[in-house]
Design a protein around this ligand. Structure first.
Ligand code: HMG
Ligand code: MG
Length: 300
């Protein structure tokens, strides 16, 4: 087990993108600021995507302008094309992520492009971003299963991950978009991808739809992955993956890692407060088991 692992908090983006009601900018800003105060150093803060496709993310520039940027914290944004990059650069962002998929149908539904077309589209985005001194992360979605195509071949994931690395992504995040993976499927996928991309450049991104996410985090840790995407309070779901629920909760991942003696730099109590804040703002109970347990303990 590693001495240290990194958490990429995706709640403000993956967590909120699917919310039907407009969430006030002030709420998003307070969430991001609380997450940074809790010690998270990588926070995916929003997306520069088409507001027709994902209306909730339309205020990304406004959110970025209003947060209190902390030194040592990277605030990143999804960017699907040059138009999104232009907006991101105009807003002054320092890190972006391009997002592809291992399933043709999901790629078409999510970004209206085939896998090959999407890679051609990302190439100049990554190049222009890097020319502007902006760090570029890559995502591969549907790395285990697709809502339209079912099981996905690990070699298909490896191909896209390799292409993203080749265009200069410093890290490739492997997304189990619909949360169907088990540790065995996760390990088979990681084994294939690690032949093309060094494990030190991989991140794991689990949704918890089938309740397997923490088991998959553990399996990935044993494999050598040390970067995990997660969402405070387990918020989330992808608008183009029906039935997919939130990411694995950051509170639960932090509790697991700390329990294994793995440092994260995150203050779990402050993180639980951030989760309670956004859960109250959304008017629903937290999706984190650890937060529920610790809030009950506090109340007793
Ligand atoms: P399209 O319709 O093919 O694009 O969508 P287009 O170029 O024809 O443009 C259509 C309209 O959108 C035009 O406006 C453009 O100007 C505008 P109109 O002329 O009709 O008024 N437009 C934009 N506006 C703002 N920012 C932009 C932008 N681009 C075009 N960047 C497109 C293609 C990629 C734009 C669209 O499909 C899209 O925005 N998709 C984003 C979908 C998305 O955000 N999905 C969720 C994130 S992925 C995810 O959650 C998975 C992940 O968590 C990992 C995992 O779990 O697996 C990352
Ligand atoms: Mg996701």
């Amino acid at each position: 087990m590693p001495a240290r692992a990194k958490i990429v908090e995706v709640g403000p983006r993956d967590g909120l993108q699917n919310e039907k009601d407009v969430i006030a900018v002030e709420v998003k800003v307070e969430l991001v600021d609380r997450l940074a105060a809790a010690g998270l150093t990588a926070i995916e803060t929003g997306s520069f995507v088409s507001p027709k496709w994902v209306p909730q993310m339309a205020d990304a520039a406004d959110v970025y302008a209003r947060i209190t940027r902390q030194p040592g914290v990277s605030y990143s944004f999804l960017v699907p094309n040059l138009k999104g990059l232009e907006a991101a650069l105009a807003a002054g962002v320092e890190e972006i992520a391009v997002f592809g998929a291992a399933s043709e149908t999901f790629s078409r539904r999510n970004i209206n492009a085939s896998i090959a077309e999407s890679l051609v589209r990302f190439e100049p985005v990554a190049q222009a971003a890097r020319d502007a001194g902006v760090r570029v992360r890559g995502y591969v979605s549907t790395v285990i299963g697709c809502p339209y195509e079912g099981a996905i071949a690990p070699t298909a994931v490896a191909r896209v991950a390799r292409a993203l690395r080749d265009m200069g992504c410093y890290e490739v995040s492997l997304g189990d978009t619909i949360g169907v993976g088990t540790p065995a499927a996760t390990l088979a996928m990681l084994d294939a991808v690690a032949r093309d991309v060094p494990v030190a450049e991989l991140a794991a991104h689990f949704h918890d739809t089938y309740g397997q996410a923490l088991a998959n985090v553990y399996a990935s840790l044993e494999f050598g992955v040390t970067v995990f995407d997660s969402s405070v309070a387990g918020l989330g779901g992808c608008p183009y993956a029906k039935g997919a629920t939130g990411n694995v909760a950051t509170e639960d991942v932090v509790y697991l890692l700390h329990g294994q003696g793995i440092a994260t730099g995150v203050d779990l109590d402050a993180l639980i407060d951030a989760g309670a804040f956004i859960s109250a703002a959304l008017g629903r109970p937290t999706g984190s088991r650890v937060a529920r347990a610790m809030l009950a303990k506090r109340a007793a």
